[in-house]
Design a binder for this molecule. Structure first.
Ligand code: BES
Ligand code: MG
Ligand code: ZN
Length: 496
């Protein structure tokens, strides 16, 4: 996909894409301005096809000279960054039916009320690349399917807009590649995507980056560190556990030291409290938090944030077997806190307890964790919003800001003090399931918070609902792994 920037001249050949409002008069005016001769016939067809400019609709104008595609953008008078991404995704949907390889855009058509030219370039390329993503390595080549292969994107803009647009375009490519890596990792079946495979992916990323180093801790190493909680969850599995620690160091003095901790259960069968088949079906995605960490790290060398970043993943499987952890067992995390394992399917919080303690042992005072932690958050927020829990207002505000920009929706939920006692155990310091079935996403977050020191700014993203799209989430997020959080967190880290 080659970007060609033009400042003047007629829009040539290829297909020109123009977003339009859901407003009949505006559409008619636009048709007029495009100068088609048979206007009557066009309006007639507009009526017959019932094109109103609604989101997702498109209307095609073909003349000998050119193809113009109107993209419905609904009632959005001012286009947001995520609207641009969505519209770019609509372009790809169009190209799946009509195989056009050269596309054109006029920036002024797209800037509608929003002059942020850098983000226009960025979100357009993100939308095009992400909408075109497919995980088909296990499929035979389908000869009848039209492959979208965009050769050139010609953009018409003013000379002074060129630099910003190009910057955004290049940055957007980085974010899209990182998201795609995370999607690939999530989509890979669990028998391939083992803790060892995940560790190899982290080693690959570090190998390709000058400023990223990785340390893989084996079972003996985590034992020495006292990670009995993590080891307990791994006990039923035949796959060796891996504790992955990635570090990015910036050029010069780091402005801050931050950890991104990802849940890395490569398959969650539930353990002895085994899941029913529907519940277990998609559980290869229980390492989505880890995928976000690795995807994000793959872009750090090029984005060059000014902060030191630690990526931390406790990777193992949760399996039932004769050696598996049993309900009622008590284990100590590396900080010496005892945990009653009342339910083996609430395994994520147990492995995270050690991963979070480990992060704090590195002297890190700012932590974001990303975890497919609870089914409850899916009931609370559905498939498009991740739950955000945080002990720090500033962190909450910036994560909300960057997630909106990235089109990765999150919504704040409370660390409700009223419910903290639900996690009390009769025989240990804490219990891994709450006494109440209600507010499950909250009690899980409160469990994690028990392992966070009060002087540490911490945010927890429960991505159980958003990590895997059962249906396309939007025009640029097809079915499968979403790679959720990669773009928002990269944007956040890049802005220090
Ligand atoms: N990995 C699951 C959570 C999950 C659910 C992720 C749906 C993605 C989609 C987690 O380990 C789990 O099993 N949680 C249990 C906790 C319960 C036993 C307290 C749940 O949510 O049912
Ligand atoms: Mg579980
Ligand atoms: Zn799980």
């Amino acid at each position: 996909m080659e970007l060609i920037l033009k400042t003047k001249g007629d829009v040539q050949a290829s297909a020109l894409f123009v977003p339009v409002l859901e407003e009949r008069l505006a559409i008619l005016k636009l048709l007029k301005s495009l100068g088609y001769e048979e206007e009557e016939a066009l309006i007639d067809r507009l009526n017959r096809e019932n094109f109103q400019g609604k989101k997702g609709q498109s209307f095609i104008l073909i003349s000998a000279a050119k193809v113009v595609v109107l993209l419905g953008s609904g009632q959005q008078k001012t286009l947001s960054v995520d609207n641009w991404r969505e519209l770019a995704g609509q372009i790809v949907a169009y190209l799946k039916t009509y195989s056009v390889r050269d596309i054109s855009l006029v920036a002024s058509h797209w800037l509608r009320g929003n002059q942020d030219i850098k983000h226009l370039g960025q979100s357009l390329v993100e939308g095009l690349m992400l909408a075109n993503y497919q995980f088909n390595k296990y499929k035979q080549d389908d000869k009848n399917q039209i492959k979208v292969d965009i050769k050139t994107v010609s953009v018409y803009l003013s000379a002074r807009e060129k630099i910003s647009f190009t910057k955004g375009w290049e940055y957007g490519q980085l974010l899209a590649h990182a998201t795609i890596l995370a999607r690939d990792l999530v989509n890979e079946p669990a028998s391939i995507m083992t803790p060892s495979f995940l560790a190899k992916e982290a080693i690959k990323v570090a190998g390709a980056s000058r400023r990223v180093k990785v340390n893989i801790l084996e079972k003996a190493d985590v034992k020495k560190l006292g990670m009995e909680a993590f080891m307990a969850i791994d006990r039923g599995s035949n796959e060796p556990l891996k504790f992955i620690h990635l570090v990015y160091k910036p050029k010069g003095k780091a402005k801050d030291k931050i950890a991104i901790v990802g849940k890395g259960i490569t398959f969650d069968s539930g353990g002895l409290n085994i899941k029913p088949w529907e519940g277990m079906q998609q559980m290869k995605n229980d390492m989505s938090g880890a995928a976000t960490v690795i995807g994000l790290f793959s872009a750090l060398d090029k984005i060059q944030p000014k902060v030191e970043i630690h990526g931390i993943i406790a990777a193992c499987e949760n399996m039932p077997s004769g050696t598996a952890i049993k309900p009622g067992d008590v284990v100590f995390n590396m900080d010496g806190k005892s945990i009653e394992i009342a339910h083996t399917d609430a395994e994520g919080r147990v492995t995270m307890a050690d991963a979070l303690s480990y992060a704090q042992k590195q002297g890190i005072k700012k932590i974001v964790d990303v975890a497919t932690l609870t089914g409850a958050v899916v009931y609370a927020l559905g498939p498009n919003y991740a739950g955000l829990f945080a002990n720090n207002k500033k962190l909450t505000d910036s994560l909300l800001k960057y997630s909106e920009l990235a089109g990765e929706k999150i919504w704040p939920l409370p660390l409700a003090e009223e419910y903290r006692d639900f996690n009390k155990s009769k025989i240990a310091d804490i219990r891994n399931i709450a006494s109440s079935k209600l507010g499950g996403a909250i009690t899980a977050a409160l469990f994690l918070q028990d392992f966070i020191k009060p002087d540490v700014a911490w945010a927890h993203l429960d991505i159980a609902g958003v990590s895997y799209a059962e249906e396309p989430l939007n025009s640029y997020t097809p079915i499968g792994g979403v790679g959720f959080g990669v773009r928002a967190l990269l944007e956040w880290l890049a802005d220090f």
